[in-house]
Design a protein around this ligand. Sequence first.
Ligand code: AHR
Length: 487
Amino acid sequence: MNRITINPNRSVGTINPNIYGHFAEHLGRCIYGGIFVGKGSPIPNVNGMRTDVVEALKAIRVPVLRWPGGCFADEYHWRDGIGPQEGRKRMVNTHWGQVVEDNSFGTHEFMELCAQLGCAPYITGNLGSGTIREMSEWVEYLNSPGDSTVVRERWANGRKEPWGVKYWGVGNESWGCGGNMRPEYYADEYRRYQTYCRNYPGSSLYRVACGPNTDDYRWTEVLMERAGRFMDGLSLHYYSVTGPTWEEKGRALTFTRGEYYELLSKGAWMETLIENHGKIMDRFDPEKRVGLIVDEWGSWHRVEEGTNPGFLYQQNTMRDAILAAVHLNLFNRHCDRVAMSNLAQTVNVLQSVILTDGDRMVLTPTWHVYDLFKAHQGAALADCFVETDQVGEGKWQLDRVSASASVKDGVVTLTVANCSMDEAADVTVKVPHTGRITGRLLSGEAHAFNDFVSSPVASAPYADFTAGKDEISLSLPPCSVAALTIA
Ligand code: AHR
């Protein structure tokens, strides 16, 4: 028996819209080709940004976009990406695929993209191989309304007003590709660098320190103890990966029943990570001032055969959609600490919401999950108690039903996933309601995916429920995600 009890009158926090954020790195075909094609491209664009992709991202109301990396961020020198595009410095993207990076997408282009999307920019500064002065001047270039040589450079490049960037990452994965630092060393470096990332009139930075890799609780402990009072956010990176080793990762499209549950059960472990890192943060920050910023997460499968291994291109199935739903439900439920999350990565890389091929574009099953969940953005999290059993194979088990609920303008939104690969789920929802109930459903066989030939996976109106007084009975197909609005 699966029962969800919602008390809409008992709000337990606000769901930060930024929980629905995304991440776009200079990696493979994410930025180049996936988002940015340049003004001269035959692919319809506005100032170089693909119109189809921008429209699809606007439709899911992307609230915040993280850029330029990822590992790339700690090799990125922002001055290489400003000024006339023809004169920009070329480099080889040594981290991702050894391809030439011509820096044609730089600061102005990223800010243009965010303006078109109507989202907040979240920029990660280079602490690994850049100087304090370089990071400090990037913030000045972006945010200062003053009259300095750096600001005059911005004017000369066509932008008079400061942009007022708020979200600022001070390095990425400083325990790994961002410098292989020890937490004690990074904590000191973080304190130095963030000091010179100034608040300018009209804009105050929200400084995000590099947080732990997965379950590295010591990193969180050291960072919170030594630098907690200098940060607004602490990041967490955790990817869901199947297979015996990193090198022998499972595939995106051809997976067994065991691998289906392996991925989902590993994804559901995110809740344990949030709770355990959260407990450490609570000791240093009981008021929960510092947000946990899950700025990289999602499925990481073996790259699609025949593609550049450094491009991390993978297809996306209903299994990935369920993974996304499980994550977003648990981020909602932990919105007292989780202030942002950024799925990796927006287009053509890892668990993308969009895939492109030349001028063609396809929406992945994961895009549809973001579409179903978008009403939660900025809503009040409602008390939502889920009683369910476990489903899985062998040691890979997780809750059969994942859910969260929120209230906005008197309307309750319930998102619920049936994680079973092959069994339908009957779910009783206890909730006071007086008016109309509407629903949408995303469902399909676990291996179903969309490609450039056909797109069978899409959400559709859902009415397979009966409503009594204060109770709704749902029947959810296997491997499905439903969103209900209850007035
Ligand atoms: O998202 C791909 C890579 O994963 C990022 O560049 C890095 O931060 C992480 O290891």
